[in-house]
Design a protein around this ligand. Structure first.
Ligand code: ATP
Ligand code: MG
Length: 729
C-alpha cells in the first residue's frame, strides 16, 4: 500500500495495527491527525470495511471536510464525485448527535422538526424565565446560570439529579427546570441537549444501542483530550467491550475545560480498555526547533507534568520575534505591516499568515486596521456572519416556518419589521394561546385561516388585524412547503415582510446588511436540494471555528481556541499582556491558569516557520487606559531564542533607555500640569463616586488612579474619562 510510505515507523504502526482499542498520544504537529486519516484509508483498503461502518469524530466541520478530502486523495478517489465515501459519518459530536435524534425523534421529547437554540436564544430564554420568577437579572446573572446548566448537562446531570446546597443553587435548579420545559415547548434543544439526548437514547434502549453498535463498527476520535463526559459516555455506549476504537490526543493541548472537556478521559479510556494499545509519536513535522523549544519553555512550567521532548529535523529556523507596541492600535498595525513586508518581499503568501488572540473582542481592531490598509483578511468567528442581526432575523423566519412552535424565533420576528405589535399585544397573544392549549405560532396560523374568531376580542381591532395578516403570511410560506427552493422561499419572506426597506436604509451599513441577507440567501440556495431541515441544522451547527466565508489568499484572524489543530507558516500572537493571556478571569483559579498556559502552548505550536509574539505597552478600553505588565509567559521563553524589543525581556539599563526613547514620532509636548490631586472626590458617568488615589502625567496625558465605591480601583485617562469634580478642598 503505497501511502504507508508517507509515515514514520511509529505512525505506520498506529495506522496498520489490528482492529481494537488504540490510543495515540503525542505532542503537537507529530502527525496525530494524519495518522487518523490514514487509518480510515487503511480500514477501507486493507480490511475492506464499508464507509457506512465508520464513524470519525473531529472537532470542527472544517476539519471534517478536510479529512474527507484527504481520505479521498489517499485512496485516489475522484474527489468531485464523493460518492464512494457516502454513508461514512464524519463530523462533530454535535452533528452526529443531531442526526441521531432526528432519526429517532419519536423516542425523544422533541419531534423531528426540532430546532437548535444558539447562545443568544438561550440567553433570552433564561432572561425571560428569571423575569417570570421575579428574580433580578442584575443579582443573578443569566450567563452564570447558563454556564451552570451547561456544565450540568455535560456531566449528564438533569434537573432531577441536580443537587442544591444553597439559595443560589436553588434558584438555578428552578430555572433549569423551567428552561428545559420551555425548550420542549419550543420543540427546541440547546447544544448540550444534543449530546444529552443522544446519550439517553442509547442508554435507555438496549435494542437501539445494539443496532447502533452494529452499524458503527469502527470509531475514530481526533482531539480526544477535549472530549467531555457526555461525549465520552456517548462513545462508550456506541462501543462494546472490545471495540475498534481509535483515539488520538494530547493532554497538553486540552483547552476546552470551560465547556466541560476533561483530559482525564485519557485515563478513563486506559482504565475502560486495559487491553488498549498505546502508541507514542515523537517527531514533530510542523515547526522549526526554535518554535518547539519556545513551546517547551512554556509548557514545562506546568505543575505535575512529565517532561516530554519535542524535536524536529527541520533545523533551528529563525528567532522568535517579540515586539512591544505602544498601544492596541499600534499592535494591530505592527502585525499588518509585518505581513505586508513579508509578502512584499515574496517570502510568503498572505494566506500563510495567521494572527491569533485570546478574546474575540480583540479582532475588531485588527479588522479595522486591515480595512484601513485596504488589505483582505479572513476572520474566523461566528460574529462575522451568522451572528449578524439581519442574518439571525432571516434565519428566525425560516425556523418559524419550519417549526411554528419555536417561540424564541417568533418573538424575534413577530414585530420585526414593525407591524405595530406592542409588548402588551404580544404578551396577550402568549396568554391567549396558552389558554387555547397551543403554541402562539400555531395560534397565529389558525388565526390567519380565520379560526379562533371568538378570541379576536382579546385584542384591539388594529392588533387583531395585524396578527391575522401575519398568521396568513406564515401559513402562506408554510404551504409553499418543501417543494419550493429555499432561495425562492427567502425571496417571498423578504418581499412579504418588506424586510429590505427595513434593513437597508440607504446608508453604507444598510447596504452591508442587505448584502449579508443576500449572502445567506445564496448559502440557502445551495441547500435547496437537501431541504430546510438540513439547511437549518447546518446553520445551527456551524461552530465559531467554521465561518470561513471564502478561501481567498489572505491572512487568517482567529482566536487561540479556534486555532486548535491548524497550522500556518507565519503566526502572530497578539495581546501578550497580563490580564489578557493569562486572562484575568482565570487569575484566582489554578486549574484555569493551567489552561491559559496550555492555550498559549497551542498557539505557539501552530507556527511552522516563524513566530511573532506581540504585546502593547498600554491598552485602552472604554476610556480606561491600563498600563499592562508583559505576560508572565514571555519570561518562560528561553531568551537565547528571542529577538525583539519587549522591555521585560531586556537587560534593565537597556529597557530604561528604551522607555525614554521609543515612540519618538509622538509630538513632543510639554508635560501637562495635573488637574487632579490625591484625595479629590470625583464622579464618573459609569463608575459613580470615587476618590483620587494617584495622579501621573505621562507624555501629553494625565492618568488618574481612582478608588470607586462601586467597582474598586481604576486607572483612567483624565481627558477621556469625563470626570466631574465633586468638591474642591
Ligand atoms: P496537532 O496536535 O496540532 O493537532 P497533529 O499531531 O495532529 O497536530 P498533524 O496535523 O497530523 O499533527 O501533522 C502536522 C504536520 O506534519 C502536517 O502538515 C502533516 O502533514 C505533517 N506530517 C505528519 N507526519 C508526517 C510524515 N511522516 N512525513 C511528512 N510530514 C508529516
Ligand atoms: Mg491534529
Amino acid at each position: 500500500m503505497k501511502f504507508l510510505e508517507d509515515l514514520n515507523p511509529q505512525q505506520r504502526q498506529a495506522v496498520t495495527t489490528s482492529p481494537g482499542p488504540v490510543l495515540v498520544l503525542a505532542g503537537p504537529g507529530s502527525g496525530k491527525t494524519r495518522v487518523l486519516t490514514y487509518r480510515i484509508g487503511y480500514l477501507f483498503n486493507h480490511f475492506g470495511f464499508q464507509p457506512g461502518e465508520i464513524m470519525a469524530v473531529t472537532f470542527t466541520n472544517k476539519a471534517a471536510r478536510e479529512m474527507r478530502s484527504r481520505v479521498e486523495l489517499l485512496l485516489d478517489l475522484d474527489v468531485t464525485a464523493s460518492a464512494p465515501l457516502r454513508g461514512m459519518s464524519l463530523g462533530t459530536f454535535h452533528a452526529f448527535a443531531a442526526r441521531m435524534i432526528r432519526r429517532e425523534a419519536d423516542r425523544t421529547p422533541v419531534n423531528r422538526d426540532f430546532v437548535i437554540f444558539d447562545e443568544s436564544d438561550q440567553f433570552s430564554l433564561i432572561k425571560q424565565i428569571l423575569k417570570d420568577l421575579n428574580v433580578d437579572a442584575k443579582q443573578i446573572s443569566p450567563n452564570k446560570i447558563l454556564n451552570i446548566i451547561s456544565s450540568a448537562k455535560n456531566e449528564l446531570i438533569g434537573p432531577e439529579s441536580f443537587v442544591v446546597g444553597n439559595y443560589f443553587e436553588e434558584v438555578t435548579l428552578w430555572v433549569y427546570q423551567q428552561y428545559q420545559q420551555e425548550l420542549r415547548r419550543n420543540n427546541a434543544v440547546d447544544f448540550d441537549d444534543l449530546l444529552f439526548l443522544a446519550v439517553q437514547l442509547l442508554r435507555d434502549d438496549e435494542a437501539l444501542r445494539r443496532s447502533y453498535r452494529d452499524r458503527y463498527q469502527h470509531i475514530l476520535v481526533d482531539e480526544f483530550q477535549d472530549t467531555n463526559t457526555a461525549q465520552y459516555i456517548l462513545i462508550r455506549l456506541l462501543t462494546g467491550e472490545d471495540p475498534d476504537l481509535f483515539v488520538v490526543g494530547d493532554p497538553d493541548q486540552s483547552i476546552y475545560r470551560w465547556r466541560g472537556a476533561d483530559y482525564r478521559n485519557v485515563l478513563r479510556f486506559q482504565e475502560d480498555f486495559p487491553q488498549a494499545k498505546t502508541i507514542l509519536l515523537e517527531q514533530n513535522y510542523r515547526s522549526t526547533q526554535n518554535i518547539l523549544d519556545a513551546a517547551m519553555g512554556v509548557i514545562d512550567k506546568h505543575q505535575n507534568r512529565q517532561r516530554k521532548e519535542l524535536f524536529t529535523q527541520r533545523g533551528a529556523g529563525s528567532q522568535i520575534v517579540t515586539h512591544e507596541a505602544y498601544d492596541e492600535v499600534d499592535e494591530a498595525n505592527y502585525a499588518i505591516e509585518m505581513i505586508a513586508s513579508l509578502t512584499f518581499r515574496g517570502e510568503v503568501e498572505p494566506g500563510d499568515c495567521a494572527v491569533m488572540y485570546r478574546t474575540n473582542a480583540q479582532s475588531r481592531l485588527l479588522e479595522e486596521a486591515f480595512l484601513k490598509a485596504g488589505l483582505p483578511y479572513r476572520l474566523v468567528g461566528a460574529q462575522h456572519f451568522y451572528g449578524r442581526r439581519e442574518v439571525k432575523d432571516v434565519i428566525a423566519y425560516l425556523r418559524l416556518i419550519h417549526n411554528p412552535d419555536d417561540q424564541v424565533s417568533l418573538l424575534r420576528i413577530l414585530n420585526t419589521p414593525s407591524r405595530g405589535l406592542g409588548d402588551k399585544t404580544i404578551s396577550t397573544l402568549f396568554k391567549v394561546s396558552e389558554g387555547a392549549g397551543i403554541s402562539p405560532g400555531r395560534f397565529l396560523l389558525e388565526f390567519g385561516k380565520g379560526g379562533n374568531a371568538e378570541l379576536h376580542s382579546n385584542f384591539s381591532r388594529r392588533a387583531a388585524s395585524a396578527l391575522f395578516d401575519f398568521g396568513k403570511l406564515l401559513d402562506g410560506w408554510r404551504s409553499m412547503g418543501s417543494a419550493v427552493d429555499l432561495g425562492l422561499l427567502i425571496d417571498h419572506v423578504l418581499r412579504d415582510s418588506s424586510y429590505e426597506a427595513y434593513i437597508d436604509d440607504g446608508t453604507e451599513e444598510g447596504d452591508d446588511r442587505w448584502a449579508n441577507v443576500m449572502e445567506l440567501r445564496s448559502v440557502a440556495q445551495e441547500f435547496s436540494g437537501l431541504g430546510m431541515t438540513t439547511f437549518l441544522e447546518h446553520v445551527a451547527l456551524i461552530s465559531d471555528q467554521d465561518t470561513l466565508t471564502d478561501e481567498q489568499n489572505a491572512p487568517t484572524l482567529l482566536t487561540l481556541h479556534a486555532a486548535k489543530g491548524l497550522e500556518f507558516p507565519i503566526v502572530f500572537i497578539i495581546g501578550l499582556d497580563e490580564g489578557i493571556i493569562p486572562h484575568q478571569r482565570s487569575f484566582d483559579d489554578p486549574e484555569a491558569m493551567a489552561e491559559e498556559r496550555r492555550l498559549f502552548y497551542v498557539g505557539i505550536t501552530r507556527a511552522m516557520d516563524q513566530l511573532f509574539l506581540v504585546r502593547a505597552f498600554r491598552r485602552r478600553m472604554f476610556g480606561t487606559s491600563n498600563v499592562n505588565e508583559p505576560s508572565r509567559y514571555l519570561n518562560d521563553l528561553p531568551s537565547d531564542l528571542l529577538e525583539g524589543d519587549v522591555v521585560g525581556l531586556m537587560p534593565k539599563e537597556q529597557a530604561a533607555f528604551r522607555r525614554e526613547t521609543s515612540w519618538a514620532w509622538q509630538p513632543e509636548v510639554d508635560d501637562l500640569e495635573p488637574s487632579f490631586r490625591v484625595g479629590m472626590r470625583v464622579h464618573h458617568p459609569k463608575f459613580g463616586e470615587g476618590i483620587v488615589m494617584e495622579t501621573r502625567v505621562d507624555h501629553d496625558e494625565e492618568e488618574v488612579t481612582i478608588a470607586f465605591e462601586s467597582v474598586g480601583i481604576k486607572r483612567l485617562v483624565a481627558s477621556m474619562a469625563n470626570l466631574e469634580l465633586l468638591d474642591d478642598e
